[in-house]
Write a protein of this length. Structure first.
Length: 257
């Protein structure tokens, strides 16, 4: 972690409310917590749906266009699972006046989401918040010399959701399990079993906050019975067109029909 990155993360933790700081003790990754399932998300009229995360969520969205801050616009939703899920959701619910935003940014780790959380989450006042983050918290340790640990990830994620609950107590949470597919250009056996700790942390945090969990790893594992991993995600992290559709369908399955 660079000196500026470490300083930014320290500043974030200092700004966290007392309740968030108390929660910084890493939760125990109990199997009962990990297997707990929250009910499906029921949408209401005028819901504001926000997708947050890293490049998997970003998917090349247009950040500098004249419509960059507008919901439901082609380009600003990216070219990935968010766009596909949003298109289906809007087509299904023309009378609900849904507003859907994508604020994923490529390369982000949890502490980087926290740095921009006021502008890119809290000020939008989402009623449904979907989070997929974690692969960079691990991958950048291997690739870019990032020095964060599983405790860093767990503490930062817990603090971020505590902060969110304090500001948006009624927000409905959806947590995507970070995933990695072996036999691809970037993911090999060296990722495991260490990466599984990050997945277990995400599942445990989802249970702790009564969030609806999307088990993306098992979804991609099942898909490999039909086609090799590279068909669904060439590098093991970023989904192909087919992989984006898998993810969008899994996301839509969390919504109560």
């Amino acid at each position: 972690m660079s000196q500026s990155s470490a300083s930014a993360r320290r500043d974030f933790l200092k700004k966290a409310s007392l309740g968030s700081v108390v929660a910084l003790g890493a939760p125990k990754l109990l199997a009962a917590e990990a297997s707990a399932k929250a009910p499906k998300v029921a949408l209401a009229t005028n819901d504001i749906i926000l997708f947050q995360g890293d490049s998997i969520t970003d998917a090349g969205r247009k950040k500098e266009s004249k419509d960059a801050n507008e919901p439901n616009t082609t380009g600003t939703l990216g070219n990935g699972y968010v766009y596909l899920a949003a298109a289906e959701l809007l087509a299904r619910n023309p009378g609900k006046n849904l507003k859907i935003y994508n604020r994923g940014i490529s390369g982000n780790k949890v502490y980087q989401l926290a740095e921009r959380w006021d502008a890119d989450c809290l000020e939008l006042k989402p009623t449904v918040l979907s989070l997929l983050v974690g692969v960079n918290d691990f991958w950048h340790k291997i690739k870019n010399g990032y020095q964060g640990t599983i405790k860093t990830y767990t503490d930062d994620y817990t603090a971020l959701l505590n902060r969110t609950r304090q500001q948006l107590p009624q927000v409905k949470l959806i947590v995507g399990e970070p995933f990695a597919v072996q036999g691809t250009s970037a993911v090999d056996q060296s990722w495991f079993p260490a990466f599984k700790e990050y997945q277990a942390a995400a599942r445990s945090i989802a249970a702790q906050f009564n969030a609806t969990l999307i088990p993306y790893q098992s979804i991609f594992d099942q898909a490999q019975k039909q086609a090799p991993g590279v068909y669904w995600t060439p590098d093991g992290v970023h989904p192909s067109v087919a992989g984006c559709q898998l993810m969008a369908k899994a996301w839509l399955d969390t919504i109560k029909s």
